[in-house]
Design a protein around this ligand. Sequence first.
Ligand code: IMP
Ligand code: MG
Length: 190
Amino acid sequence: MQLQDTRNAIEKVLYTKDEIAARLGEMGADISRDYDGKDLLLVGVLKGAIMVMADLSREISVPAKMDWMAVSSYGASTKSSGVVRILKDLGEDVQGRNVLIVEDIIDSGLTLAWLKENLEARGAASVKIATALRKPDALKVDVDVDYVGFDIPNEFVVGYGLDYAEDYRHLDFIGVLAPHVYAPESVNND
Ligand code: IMP
Ligand code: MG
């Protein structure tokens, strides 16, 4: 879905399809160089990372395998609590493997910090992280992010895998959701 199809749901475009593709190309080149001669296992975090995985993996020129996890953060608020539940686990054994977690966005960083520790505890030889987007709050948590597409402001973004209530994942760009979509009461309709 493109901007003109979104019926004013998007306040502004942060990154276009072409800008995303160009940045993922650079990240893919870095990853290919760093993992040359190593046994690389890409682990995508469902569902948000599907687009990043599809496009980033095709920019990687060294052998790699692919697997998926689905996790959910407990907690009453919309912010991650850091307590994570595995909804779908890996099919692959990570023992001795070089794992690269592929994510859409790192916000608080709590989910990723937990996931990284979890995979390390299973005996992975290394666990690194690649994310398309990172928000400033992520810097508060002590989690090293090895490959970052774009550092973005603290705004709610959608598209390119990222959702609001499961909508907008299939936008071909990344944009900021207009407030009238998620906070209709704040808009005067008189
Ligand atoms: P955290 O890093 O533990 O706070 O969790 C990050 C997760 O929250 C991401 O994987 C997304 O699923 C979700 N998330 C955080 N910020 C946004 C956003 O701006 N748009 C859509 N989803 C977001
Ligand atoms: Mg995610």
